[in-house]
Design a protein around this ligand. Structure first.
Ligand code: AMP
Length: 416
């Protein structure tokens, strides 16, 4: 830890007074490591690839230098486009921006779809009128761009936030199309929690001689009590209901791997009279916002979510995170567990590991650098699977699997 005297402060970046006033009023004094490293690069006008997760302060890392430039040279037109994977993230960035830019004259507009034709019309009006910074999800922005009234000729900055998530969600074509509407001469910043090869490929298409900043994958905070159960899928709901009997847990997020599981689990918990709501892409925007709002203000005790919510959304001080399924990426585990025990409070993270995902969980343990304790199942649930993480089990290799049989039949030599 640097001591406070030698640590940088935001004043070292020489931001415009109006922006510094916003930071002061929000109580932001010292930049986080990602801010310390990226803000000078952005101020120099260089393209940037930054590998940083939610919770590192990445939003301010890209917003502050852009807001500073716009405060120094005010603009009447759209200067910056921020593309994000989800509506929630668009709203969250816009809210952070409103705080920082409170004393400046910079205008912003989130464009994130959902709603009815009236909302589309409102977005259209606002787009025609112009806003300095547009924060948009790719699909919705494309719908507006195709109509021809969005003017992006003066755009100077393109920011892609949570780029890995956008590629996972299949937005790559939309992103490449959107870029054809933008001036070639611009500053492009790409933020991503992970850096798989497909992100590098996208970066070579969109960025010019980028500088790179990478923060080491953070380990779950010290205060998180992590544990795991070895459990068959059919035992998971009984186990989760048992765990939720603890009434001290007033804020719980359960992450499941698919929308179908999320919906089923919501129904099952509600049938057991537990205050649970699911959030997934089939909900209307207003419903999603209401669920999140209720969860944030603690009137909703249990949130069941697909992994889209595990990154990007800033909800603090959750008592318990349950991975109903082992997260797909090892980094996702760290993100999810990061929802609990923020700011030195304590929290719990519990993962359900079925017989097929033991190897995957071992990869997570390798990433975080230690073994997570395996807790025996309560007796009434019955025995779970044996712990054999080094044996990679695949469903289609099982002799009793239907697909396996079908494939065999298909391969039979034909009689003719
Ligand atoms: P982010 O990674 O952008 O989602 O930020 C995570 C949280 O950290 C948000 O609640 C921010 O308001 C907060 N934050 C970001 N930068 C700072 C900073 N330099 N000082 C204090 N809080 C910060």
């Amino acid at each position: 830890m640097q001591d406070k005297e030698t640590q940088l402060t935001f004043r070292d970046f020489h931001f415009e007074d109006t922006l510094q006033d916003g930071l002061d009023s929000m109580g932001f004094e010292h930049p986080t490591p990602i801010q310390e490293q990226t803000i000078p690069i952005i101020q120099k006008g260089k393209d940037l690839i930054a590998c940083a997760q939610t919770g590192t302060g990445k939003t301010a890392a890209f917003l502050l230098p852009i807001l500073d430039k716009l405060s120094k040279v005010p603009s009447e037109t759209t200067n910056t486009l921020i593309i994000v994977p989800t509506r929630e993230l668009a709203l969250q960035i816009d809210q952070a921006l409103q705080g920082f830019a409170y004393f400046t004259s910079v205008s912003s507009l989130p464009i994130y779809g959902g709603g009815d034709g009236q909302v589309f019309e409102q977005e259209k009006k606002a787009l025609v009128h112009g806003a300095n910074i547009i924060i948009a999800t790719p699909g919705r922005l494309m719908s507006h761009l195709n109509m021809g009234y969005v003017k992006l000729d003066d755009l100077q900055h393109l920011i892609l936030d949570e780029a890995d998530r956008m590629l996972d969600m299949g937005f790559v074509d939309d992103i490449l199309k959107i870029v054809t509407f933008l001036p070639e001469k611009r500053q492009t910043l790409l933020f991503s929690a992970t850096m798989p090869p497909k992100i590098r490929t996208l970066a070579t298409k969109l960025l010019r001689e980028p500088e790179q900043v990478s923060l080491a994958v953070s380990k779950p905070a010290e205060g998180v009590d992590q544990s795991a159960y070895l459990v068959y899928d059919k035992q998971k709901n009984a186990l989760i209901k048992h765990l939720l009997k603890d009434e001290n847990l007033n804020s719980v997020i359960i992450f499941a791997s698919t929308k179908i599981k999320v919906k089923e689990l919501e129904r099952d918990l509600q049938r057991a009279h537990l205050k649970a709501k699911a959030i997934h892409s089939d909900l209307e925007q207003a419903e999603r916002e209401e669920v999140l709002r209720n969860f944030r203000n603690r009137s909703l005790r249990i949130l069941v979510a697909t992994d889209i919510l595990s990154r990007g959304i800033d909800i603090e001080d959750i008592n318990l995170v349950v991975n109903y399924d082992v997260p797909h990426d090892a980094e996702d585990y760290v993100h999810r567990v990061g929802r609990t025990a923020r700011a030195a409070s304590t929290g719990q993270a519990i993962t359900f590991i079925n017989e097929l995902n033991q190897h995957k969980f071992l990869q997570i343990e390798k990433l975080i650098g230690y073994e997570v304790k395996k807790v025996p199942l309560p007796e009434f649930i019955g025995p779970g699977p044996a712990y054999e993480p080094l044996v990679r089990k695949k469903q289609f290799n099982k002799p009793d699997n239907k697909n396996f049989k079908r494939k065999k039949k298909f391969n039979k030599p034909r009689k003719d």
